[in-house]
Design a protein around this ligand. Structure first.
Ligand SMILES: Cc1ncc(C[n+]2csc(CCOP(=O)(O)OP(=O)(O)O)c2C)c(N)n1
Ligand code: SF4
Ligand SMILES: [Mg+2]
Length: 304
């Protein structure tokens, strides 16, 4: 007599133990000792643990740069894409797989220099993803060139006599671009960094964090002025700041370096994901029951 064996069933979500760091950590990070990027990675792991996210529910995307090595160090789906092009690639993932938590990591060069145009468009379209810009005010991977956030007078391989170009103000740029959640933090303040990452993840839409992350190799001490342990001042966004007021956010961003830390702007508006899903649903109801070739033929007939 034959016995019919039951098909093995995947564990139900409520029976699955939450991931621990050892389940999510992949290769040992290859950053220089003391690099601020270690801290961002550590809090990414903590966030995944805290939010009970499993590997198949997250995707980590990055461009090129020291900071963009991120996906290699995460045991999960990830893409190390072209320099400056992480956001268009991630936009495709976000629109086709709205069930995933999508995180994109970039450096200041990747985000504001070669990828500056993509950043503007992903922000104005309000694509649902979380974007962390690890700003060290220098090109680290390529060994010290001036970046769009390097301060005036910064001596580098591209500006041996000191940079003469005014640096961009990341907060002003992001507000102007139309990002719907904008926060500023630093790798040396773990509690603040974790809170910023959690708030960004909880936001529905394009959430972006500028995280000051020191390059100990090519711009050591760049952020001492933000670190009370180094005699600096960590100035939080005032408690009465209205995060839904764009002009107030812009006013906060006008403060000179080291500036404020916290959430500058946070508003809910429909995402590109929601708007496209609506269009697709409407159109699908019109072609219900039709074969693919019939839909194509009807479209071609309309063009005649
Ligand atoms: C199309 C293209 N142009 C230039 C480069 C060379 N390149 C690699 S990383 C990089 C800049 C890295 O700086 P940043 O984005 O600030 O990252 P960091 O290394 O500082 O974390 C440049 C110019 C490249 N890889 N591809
Ligand atoms: S070069 Fe700078 S940014 Fe790159 S790993 Fe080293 S310390 Fe970090
Ligand atoms: Mg950089």
């Amino acid at each position: 007599m034959s016995t019919i064996l039951a098909e093995p069933q995947p564990p139900k979500d409520q029976d699955r133990p939450p991931l621990k760091k050892k389940d999510i950590a992949a290769d040992h990070p290859t950053w220089c000792p003391g690099c601020g990027d270690f801290s961002v990675l550590a809090f990414y792991f903590k966030l995944i643990e805290k939010k009970n996210l499993w590997q198949e529910k997250i995707t980590t995307v990055a461009g090129i740069g020291c900071s963009s090595r991120f996906p290699y160090f995460v045991q999960g789906h990830g893409v190390h894409f072209i320099h400056g092009r992480a956001l268009p690639f991630a936009t495709g993932i976000s629109l086709t797989r709205p069930d995933l938590h999508l995180f994109v990591f970039s450096g200041d060069g990747d985000a504001f220099s070669i990828g500056g145009n993509h950043l503007n468009h992903a922000a104005r379209k309000n694509v649902n993803l979380t974007y962390v810009i690890m700003d060290n005010q220098v090109y680290g991977l390529t060994k010290k060139q001036t970046s769009p956030t390097s301060p005036l007078g910064f001596k580098s391989k591209t500006d041996m006599w000191g940079s003469v170009d005014r640096p961009i103000n990341p907060m002003k740029q992001l507000i102007g671009a139309g990002a719907t959640f904008i926060a500023r933090t630093t790798a040396t303040n773990p509690k603040h960094l974790m809170a910023a990452m959690e708030a960004a993840l909880d936001h529905n839409g394009f959430s972006v964090i500028e995280c000051l992350s020191e390059c100990t190799e090519f711009f050591a001490g760049a952020f001492d002025a933000t670190n009370p342990r180094k005699g600096g001042d960590f100035m939080e966004v005032p408690k009465d700041h209205d995060v839904t007021n764009e002009s107030a956010a812009y006013k906060l961003a006008e403060d000179s370096f080291p500036g404020y830390f916290g959430t500058f702007y946070d508003v809910e508006t429909p995402t590109k994901n929601e708007k496209e899903a609506e269009i697709i649903e409407k159109l699908q109801s019109k072609v219900q029951g039709m074969k693919d070739w019939e839909i194509l033929k009807s479209n071609f007939d309309k063009m005649k």
